[in-house]
Design a protein around this ligand. Structure first.
Ligand SMILES: [Zn+2]
Length: 79
């Protein structure tokens, strides 16, 4: 699976990447939703670079664990 196919698994919209706030508004996707007590819902958005980096982490972790790597769940790399 190439990087374009992985990126196609996500829905992209404008936002601020949680690791690159200095880049301003870029193409991002929601990788995680947090539910802080008393504070509604907080979306963690990541840019394409970060999604691919997280997918790489997950792929390597799956290989080490001998489990199947299923792309499209980058947020799981955040624990
Ligand atoms: Zn980023």
């Amino acid at each position: 699976m190439d990087t374009d196919e992985i990126l196609d698994l996500y829905q992209w919209s404008e936002g601020v990447c949680f690791r690159h706030p200095g880049r301003g508004t870029v193409d991002t996707t929601v990788v995680k939703r947090l539910h802080p007590r008393l504070d509604g819902e907080h979306e963690i958005r990541a840019c394409r670079d970060c999604v691919l980096a997280m997918e790489t982490i997950r792929e390597q972790a799956a290989r080490r664990a001998g489990s199947e790597y299923i792309p499209g769940h980058a947020g799981e790399a955040l624990g």
